[in-house]
Structure formats: C-alpha cells, structure tokens
Write a protein that binds this ligand. Sequence first.
Ligand code: MN
Length: 134
Amino acid sequence: MSNNENQIFSKGNLLPENLSKYFIGRVYLQKLTDKGGPITNVTFEPGSRNNWHIHHKSGQILLCIQGRGWYQIWGEEPHELKQGDVVEILPEVKHWHGAAKDSLFSHLAMEIPADGSSVEWLEPVDDEFYNKLS
Ligand code: MN
C-alpha cells in the first residue's frame, strides 16, 4: 500500500524496537514538535494497533487525520475513528488505539505535559476480538 501521497504530515520512521514490542503490525512515528506538550504523527498500517496501555498522570489527545481506526477503553465497546475525530484520553484510563484491519489510519498524538508522566504498557489486544471488528 502506498501511504505517503495523502499524508498531511511527514510519516516518519518505523517504531524503534523499544516501542514496537508494545505494538502489533507496522507503525510509523514522526515527532512534529517538542514545544509545549509533544505532538507526534502516528501512522498505523492496516491491522496494526498498540497494546492496552495507561498514560499515568498525563492525558493524551488524538486528532484523527487519515483513514479509519479504533479506540477502546477497558470495559467499554470500541469506538470507530475517522478523519476529523478528536479523542480525549484521561490519565489512568486503560485503552488502546490503532487501525481498522482493512484501512490505514493516522492520528496526531498530543501529550498533555505533566510532572512525572509515564506510559504503562500492558497486554496485546486479543486477536480474535480485534479481527471481529468491522
Ligand atoms: Mn494512548
């Protein structure tokens, strides 16, 4: 699949190994700015997604810019995401986000600055569950 021509922002590079172990599939990162809270362009190839995780102390905002994807909070139904959707993720909420199985998906990830913030990476999203999403 050709990914670049419709991208608004630079796609960047495949995840480094210290992050890719917490993702399934091929995902690209491009840091756009470090001023204020960091903003990163994250591009998920079809079928790719991150593991369940928790942003401790710092919230996260996703600005969806291309394709179709999913976001799910632990214990809730998944939400379909498309271009123009804005997702506000509160600190301490277990969740995952990523592409639909048949679509590229990209979002900007904005981290709300907070002292002592961290990400806790947890288990992968269940394949059987993910593959039923449509
Ligand atoms: Mn997140």
